[in-house]
Design a protein around this ligand. Structure first.
Ligand code: NDP
Length: 246
């Protein structure tokens, strides 16, 4: 008898670099066809898509725009017929005290890290309902639980994402949609580029494993949560942080 491989589709926000790009590669390696988004790095995203298509014989569709803009998100979804996995990964941080932060900065951080997950989920869930199956994975942060003084909007958005994850898990469990989050620790991506070397060393020293994480280590966790190996996992926020002791 010939083997039957089910075609699976995943939508990943913020896939041009860092954790999102690593998740895209991990899912491509495992046969997923991909919808990838970013805001500014169109070249990077196109190059990644071309590499994944060639290496893993899958298809990639790229969307470039602001994920905190509902009109952009609905344009992306207007061409999508089927979706198995949604990964809400796009995120930005703003480092500064509350008193230094203006309203535009606040709205950008909340819009990119939190509202975007509502927009994509709102449009993804009807597609998943058709299949009576779906997986949503939100990228939260350990900062949801240990708010640092200088990232007020980011900590708040990530705490809300963890809570939203659990809310969705409860409300969509009976229709076959599993919803989980990953709370990464310090992962070596562009987001960490502005952190001084001595502080990075200090962060590494706060982990049981004594090092910072790599984007691929978050991607492996995302693949697990997307797969049927996690069939009994929902409403969970998985810490992937090297055993961070804060
Ligand atoms: P990067 O800064 O490396 O990449 C961010 C990605 O998000 C890029 O693809 C970027 O696109 C995209 N993006 C940013 N803003 C928007 C927007 N408005 N619309 C669409 N896309 C956007 O970040 P990381 O890979 O480090 O982080 C990924 C996720 O992991 C984030 O949610 C972050 O909060 C979370 N996280 C990261 C940690 C870390 O230590 N790195 C720790 C904990 C959580 P473009 O290239 O076009 O700008």
């Amino acid at each position: 008898m010939r083997g039957y491989t089910m075609v699976k589709y995943a939508f990943i926000t913020g896939a041009s670099r860092g954790i999102g790009a690593a998740i895209a590669e991990e899912l491509a390696k495992n046969g997923y066809h991909l919808y990838l988004t970013c805001k500014n790095s169109a070249d990077l995203l196109c190059r990644l898509a071309a590499k994944l298509e060639e290496t893993y014989s899958i298809s990639c569709t790229c969307f470039v725009g602001d994920i905190s803009d509902y009109h952009f998100v609905s344009e992306c979804f207007s061409s999508i017929q089927r979706l198995d996995v949604l990964i809400n990964n796009a995120g930005i941080s703003y480092v500064g005290l509350l008193s230094e932060m203006d309203v535009t900065d606040w709205n950008q951080v909340i819009g990119t890290n939190l509202s975007s997950a509502f927009y994509t989920s709102k449009l993804a869930i009807p597609l998943m309902l058709r299949e009576k199956s779906g997986k949503i994975i939100n990228i939260s942060s350990m900062n949801a639980y240990t708010p640092l003084t200088k990232i007020p909007a980011y900590s708040g958005a990530k705490a809300a994402i963890s809570n939203f994850t659990q809310w969705m898990a409860v409300h969509f469990a009976d229709v076959g949609i599993r919803v989980n989050a990953i709370a990464p620790g310090y992962i070596m991506t562009d987001m960490m580029k502005t952190v001084p070397e001595d502080l990075l060393k200090k962060f590494a020293g706060l982990t049981m494993l004594g090092r910072l994480g790599q984007p691929e280590e978050i991607a492996k966790a995302a693949l697990f949560l997307a797969s049927d190996d996690a069939s009994y996992v929902t409403g969970h926020v998985l810490s992937v942080n090297g055993g961070m002791r804060l």
